[in-house]
Design a protein around this ligand. Structure first.
Ligand SMILES: Nc1ncnc2c1ncn2[C@@H]1O[C@H](COP(=O)(O)OP(=O)(O)OP(=O)(O)O)[C@@H](O)[C@H]1O
Length: 582
């Protein structure tokens, strides 16, 4: 029930509309052919009119119509059409609300994640997020639908109970007592479903997180014939999930199967007690049984909805928790100063640690605007960390980073990042065209921008050779392209929006020396219009640099001459060459 309260608070109007629609549809469903056909008896001259028939005759007289067979048939057809329209409108309202709620949950989660701190985001398994967006949002919204249906059915049951009270107080009391025992007896099944639902939510997250990781590294797995390990793990997770689903299906179907026999037994017992024990006339007993069966039927449906809500509800709470924790770990809002990059980016005594592990120890670094700066250092030294600090993805524990003399945290963060073109170590392409991979769907970027960027990145030659040109689909993760081609497309992506600062993190590692040299030169030619910071172990990007810095043991030092430096570690081969300036 908490789920309905939560949604009711978030969507008061929609929830009220949904409940009204469900009630209207529920009562319209009650107006079946069996309810309408007795009207025909009016036309056929039956003298024993029910109150309902008399009302209809009165209305017909008021509008100047005689209750003939034709008129009554028209009334019956009209009544049926009206009830169908009400059911359609009611169900449409429910469907729209459920779809709307699922979409809102998805958007909320995506927004919360994209707005969270970088370190928080890194801790989230991608598969679990994909699962949350795809299945949990859907399950949560159907949980809401079941909860609303449950309330609507309960209201209907109560309305029939009140009618029963007026027609026969014995029927009302009997319904109440039997209904209470019915709910008590079925409580156990609801518990099973709730547990099974919770297990499903957890297992589905684990399975999808694992599946995403496996699919992301299928090539090495296949190449090393290790896919069977991944396969058996996935199969055992899928089998566990299956068991949880079976448990839920079993209790759901048992509940459904119980309905008819249970109502039949009640009718039989009612008939026996009414006719034999109480010796009531058959007509009174029939009314009594009709009301009791109707109320209990509705109560049973209420339990069925409750049961299904219990199975789905856990998805909502899991999703809510993901959204709330991401919101709690939101990126602190930046300042409001307009960013420029005309002078320099300066690190002044910057220290940074991941937990207790110090990566940068009071480093000083000046990157003059319009220059090409290379960072070298052994693997794990902290080069990417420096780039992340420039992008304000991380914040230093001490020291300051200034952009044109302004502390970086005082800059309007979005606008600062819009000035950056970033090429990460991993070249992840979308399963889409080259054009979309370069523009990332940004409507402000044209095919001309993409072409210019592809030329700057040295990618135009192979794009032009392809029969589909920029419309060529690159395959899953760019699988139809070579590693070097993928890298050039990612460089083009970083250049498409004309950044003021280009950040390259091992951006040319997959290129052959000749292509790398050519691209390094083209990139160098982009200065002084743009500022470039490149992390690299490769000679080409270092040779074109105006300044080279080496990171070692958390300290940063300037390398005066790079000719005798071991490029992989940044360590000078001869101590006298490559004088290090701090
Ligand atoms: N999110 C993180 N949480 C904890 N430790 C991290 C995190 N990211 C990186 N590290 C650690 O910080 C150190 C510096 O990482 P960084 O990625 O900056 O190194 P790098 O010099 O760029 O290495 P490489 O050349 O191999 O890419 C590494 O030892 C790494 O294990």
């Amino acid at each position: 029930m908490r789920i309905l309260v939560a949604f009711g608070r978030a969507y008061p109007t929609r929830t009220a509309l949904m409940l009204i629609s469900l009630l209207l549809a529920g009562f319209a469903e009650g107006v079946g052919l069996t309810t309408m056909l007795p009207l025909l008896s009016v036309a056929l001259g039956d003298q024993h009119h029910s109150a309902f028939s008399l009302k209809i005759i009165e209305i017909l007289h008021q509008v100047g119509l005689e209750p003939t067979v034709t008129t009554m048939l028209i009334v019956i057809v009209f009544g049926m059409v009206l009830s169908s329209v009400l059911i359609l409108l009611g169900n449409r309202q429910v469907g729209y609300t459920v779809a709307h709620v699922a979409t809102d949950l998805r958007v909320d989660l995506i927004r919360a994640l994209l707005g969270s701190r970088w370190e928080y985001y890194l801790r989230q398994p991608t598969g679990a997020l994909a699962n949350a967006v795809a299945t949990e949002a859907y399950r949560a919204s159907t949980g809401y639908e079941h909860a609303a249906n449950m309330v609507a059915l309960l209201i209907q049951a109560m309305v029939y109970m009140v009618i029963a009270l007026f027609v026969s107080w014995q029927a009302a009391i009997l319904s109440l007592v039997l209904g209470f025992f019915l709910l008590l007896a079925l409580q156990r099944m609801v518990k099973t479903s709730r547990h099974a639902g919770k297990s499903q939510t957890r297992l589905m997250r684990e399975l999808l997180a694992h599946l995403t990781d496996t699919l992301g590294s299928v090539k090495p797995l296949k190449a090393m014939a290790r896919e069977d390990i991944a396969d058996s793990l996935l199969r055992s997770q899928a089998a566990e999930l299956n068991k949880a689903m079976e448990r839920e299906v079993m209790s759901r179907e048992t509940l459904r199967a119980l309905q008819e026999p249970m109502l039949a037994i009640l009718a039989a017992v009612g008939l026996y007690v009414g006719l034999i024990v109480w010796k009531l006339p058959l007509s009174s007993v029939m009314i009594l049984i009709f009301l009791v069966v109707r109320v209990l039927g509705l109560l049973h449906k209420t339990v069925q909805r409750y049961h299904r809500m219990a199975a789905q509800e856990s998805a909502y709470w899991a999703l809510r928790e993901s959204i709330d924790t991401a919101v709690a770990d939101a990126e602190p809002s930046g300042g409001d100063r307009a960013p420029t990059l005309q002078d320099a980016i300066a690190f002044e005594g910057v220290s940074f640690s991941y937990g207790s592990r110090q990566i940068l120890d009071a480093i000083n670094l000046t990157i003059p605007a319009g220059t090409f700066t290379s960072l070298i250092g052994s693997s794990g030294a902290g080069k990417t960390t420096i780039l992340d600090l420039v992008c304000v993805l991380l914040a230093p524990q001490s020291g300051s980073i200034l952009v044109d003399g302004v502390p970086i945290e005082e800059l309007d963060r979005q606008r600062w990042r819009q000035l950056i073109g970033y090429v990460p170590q991993e070249t992840l392409l979308l399963h889409d065209s080259i054009l979309s991979n370069v523009t990332l769907g940004d409507p402000a970027l044209t095919a001309m921008d993409a072409e210019r960027a592809l030329k700057q990145a040295g990618a135009w030659e192979f794009v032009e050779r392809s029969p589909d040109g920029m419309q060529m689909i690159v395959g899953e993760r760019g699988g139809k392209l070579s590693g070097g081609q993928r890298q050039r497309i990612v460089i083009a992506r970083a250049l498409a929006h004309n950044p003021r600062l280009l950040i390259l993190d091992e951006a040319t590692s997959a290129l052959d020396p000749e292509t790398e040299e050519a691209i390094s030169q083209t990139l160098k030619d982009l200065t002084p219009e743009i500022t470039i910071i490149a992390v690299s172990h490769r000679p080409a990007l270092i040779n074109v640099a105006n300044q080279v810095y080496r990171l070692h043991d958390g300290k940063l030092s300037r390398v005066e001459s790079v000719s005798n430096v071991d490029m992989s570690s940044g360590v000078p081969i001869k101590p006298d060459i490559g004088t290090l300036l701090s």
